[in-house]
Ligand binder design. Sequence first.
Ligand code: IPE
Ligand code: IPE
Ligand code: MG
Length: 246
Amino acid sequence: MFFKKKQANATIDPNNIPAHIGIIMDGNGRWAAKRGLPRSAGHRAGAETLKRIVKYCNKIGVKSITAYAFSTENWNRPQKEVDALMELLYTYLQQVEEQFAGTNVILKVIGDRTPLSDKIKDAILYAEEYTKDNTGIVLNVALNYGGRAEIVEATKLAVANFKNGSVTEEDITEDYMSSLMYTKDVPEVDLIIRPSGELRLSNFLLWQAAYAEFWFDDINWPDFSEKDMERAILAYQKRNRRFGKV
Ligand code: IPE
Ligand code: IPE
Ligand code: MG
């Protein structure tokens, strides 16, 4: 009996908090459809969820979150949805003061910015500049991000550095390649969370996922609460991470 009670009240071990959590923010469209709302309403609700979850993670000592907001494949959605997503991202970044007031969050955008509009590019620079002296959690918003594209870009950088003589073939190690990824300044990804019931990575953090733990759940992202994050972290804390050892 005592054991059962203890399980029900399980609390997070503050000494084993995942340093870096990747989140595939999926299920916005299904959340909206269930309510008879347009998909864009789901994306708006999802953006609110991200703010809540980032604040909670900052409070419990998570160092970094990488949140998948728009994949390199999401351009293949209907133009109306792409436009709505871009407008939402723009608003989110542009209103960085209100969105993150008093949170101490360092906001960064990762992914290929080349095809983004000038308006969004400026909003990214503004949001990054505005939060750069904060000292709390680093929030990487993955925008036009693809794991394969990231590895290709890193490879091109390595080739350029090899050609200009700044690295030799022997210098091209796993650590060196990691230093060319978007996540070079944040800790290793310990935990990847995907809500909405899909069991795949969809091109998210392919390099970084090598030894990440996974947590999947059927809940749609807009419904994801602090309690769900707690459940994910509790599950993570029960894992035995062997890293190939015995
Ligand atoms: C995730 O929600 C957000 C983006 C991919 C931009 P979806 O829009 O994929 O929602 P579902 O999967 O259709 O429910
Ligand atoms: C992954 O979700 C991308 C984001 C959450 C931004 P998708 O909804 O695009 O993934 P698939 O198409 O189901 O694999
Ligand atoms: Mg989806």
